[in-house]
Write a protein that binds this ligand. Structure first.
Ligand SMILES: NC(=O)C1=CN([C@@H]2O[C@H](COP(=O)(O)OP(=O)(O)OC[C@H]3O[C@@H](n4cnc5c(N)ncnc54)[C@H](O)[C@@H]3O)[C@@H](O)[C@H]2O)C=CC1
Ligand SMILES: O=C(O)[C@@H]1CCC=N1
Length: 273
């Protein structure tokens, strides 16, 4: 099949992460050149209404778009590739955000030579603070990575890693926002236990999370140094830290992230069956 030059982006799968990326991209550069393909007609209509992007069928979207961004569940990617395969050629750039799914699995379901880039984004892309991590498949070169990076840089930071690190990346930054939201939920509950109104507790914790994140990013200091600066001798913070250690919170976080890694590996293996 001859390689064809095309323009624009098709987001295939308009769920949580598809919408997070779509909203950031539209906010940054407008809706021109972006189309969505969504299995659910109701959801497709919602995205068209919200972002002014046309909803197309797979074949039409592939015919006109240069970049095909696959944002369906890992469990659905085999079916999607079966439907899409004949409409894809090496003039496309396929970008997959499916957790765990290796580029080799995607390449094997597509015509020979199609460049594939695996990306692990996260939902803070919704507010232009995303973390997207890229790896090249067998037919993707530096220019393809540059192209994917230019697209995703619109919604936050971008880094590149060897694909062997993507399951760990998925467990850290892909799932990571959920861990922070979970911690914040628990901290708000603590405020309620101590008698504060829910809105006040939420306001205190969200601003504290934001301020702490900016310090982590900008101070150049290690998290241990930042924590020590809060922990006065004989004070309140050390009383709290002792409880966190007593309940094994550090070990629980490490085990949780290891479980996310293992699930990413498992999701990738399920594609081979
Ligand atoms: N939600 C997140 O924070 C992140 C998700 N991911 C990955 O993104 C992918 C999507 O995850 P979510 O957005 O959370 O799932 P989701 O279930 O919210 O969205 C998936 C969407 O794909 C649509 N879909 C399924 N098959 C389709 C097909 N053949 N053609 C067109 N549309 C189709 C579904 O109708 C659904 O709207 C997964 O592979 C996940 O591993 C990666 C990073 C972060
Ligand atoms: O939970 C999941 O499987 C997806 C991948 C990373 C974040 N959400």
């Amino acid at each position: 099949m001859s390689a064809t030059r095309r323009e624009g982006l098709a987001i295939i799968g308009g769920g949580k992460i598809g919408e997070a990326l779509l909203s950031g991209l539209v906010r940054r550069s407008g809706s021109d050149g972006i189309v969505v393909c969504e299995r659910s007609p109701e959801r497709a209509a919602e995205l068209t209404e919200r972002y002014g992007v046309p909803a197309l069928g797979l074949t039409e979207a592939a015919a006109r778009s240069r970049v095909l961004l696959l944002a369906v569940k890992p469990q659905d990617i085999g079916t999607l590739l079966g439907l899409l395969g004949g409409a894809v050629d090496p003039g496309h750039l396929v970008v997959s955000v499916a957790a765990g799914v290796p580029t080799s699995t995607i390449e094997a379901a597509l015509p020979e030579g199609v460049p594939v880039v695996r990306v692990m984004p996260n939902t803070p892309a919704l507010v232009d603070e995303g973390m997207c991590v890229l790896s090249a498949g067998a037919h993707a070169d530096e220019a393809h990575l540059d192209e994917a990076e230019a697209l995703l840089a619109a919604v936050g930071r971008v880094r590149r890693v060897p694909e062997s690190q993507q399951d760990a990346v998925t467990a850290l930054s892909g799932s990571g926002p959920a861990y922070f939201f979970y911690l914040v939920e628990a901290m708000i509950d603590a405020g309620i236990l101590l008698g504060l109104p829910r809105t006040l507790a939420a306001d205190l914790i969200v601003q504290t999370a934001l301020g702490s994140a900016v310090m982590l990013r900008d101070s150049g200091e290690h998290p241990v140094q930042l924590r020590e600066a809060v922990t006065s001798p004989g004070g309140t913070t050390i009383a709290a830290i002792r409880e966190l250690e007593r309940h094994g919170v550090r070990a629980a976080l490490i085990a949780a992230i290891e479980a996310a890694h293992d699930r990413s590996v498992e999701l990738g293996r399920m594609q081979d069956r």
